[in-house]
Design a protein around this ligand. Structure first.
Ligand SMILES: [Zn+2]
Length: 163
């Protein structure tokens, strides 16, 4: 809790500007530990991976995805649905402890018209802040510091272990 008044901003320098790896499915590659793909996973369960989003909308933006490649929610079996719901609750607890967000958007982008860029089903957990980070915040507010995604991963991995 030492960083309670700080808002951490993932650095986009190395990640967002990088080109996407040439793999069939980036999330399957994460599951299979493909060396082509930089893994940002912070927690694993029997059926799911929780990962920092490679292109975060906001600091602490997570995605939760099934280890098997499915593209629609109808493919989930009951055991997965229960595990996924438990993971959503756990993820928000972790983010509350690490980022002190004032709100969350939780949901899917389903289908091409939704803006989905990856077919492999994944649930977004997007922390929301009263004052969201823009360029003015970055240059005008000393509390905001840039955080390397590797440090984000380390912080969240440690916090997930405590849950
Ligand atoms: Zn996949």
């Amino acid at each position: 809790m030492e960083n309670i008044n700080r808002l951490f901003v993932p650095s986009k320098q190395d990640y967002a500007k990088g080109k996407r790896p040439n793999v069939k499915c980036i999330l399957c590659s994460v599951v299979n530990h493909d060396p082509e793909v930089e893994s940002l996973d912070v927690y694993n369960t029997k059926h799911f991976v929780v990962s920092v989003n490679l292109f975060p909308y906001n600091p602490g933006h997570l995605i939760i995805f099934p280890k098997r490649h499915i593209e629609t929610m109808e493919k989930f079996v009951t055991e997965e649905i229960i595990e996924l719901h438990d993971l959503q609750i756990k993820s928000i607890k972790v983010l509350n402890n690490c980022y002190q967000a004032q709100g969350y958007n939780v949901g899917y982008n389903l289908g091409k018209a939704s803006g989905a860029s990856i077919d492999h089903l994944h649930l977004h957990i997007v922390p929301r802040y009263q004052r969201e980070v823009g360029f003015i915040d970055v240059i005008g507010n000393a509390r905001i510091i840039v955080e390397d995604p590797k440090d984000t991963v380390k912080r969240l991995t440690e916090e997930f272990k405590k849950q």
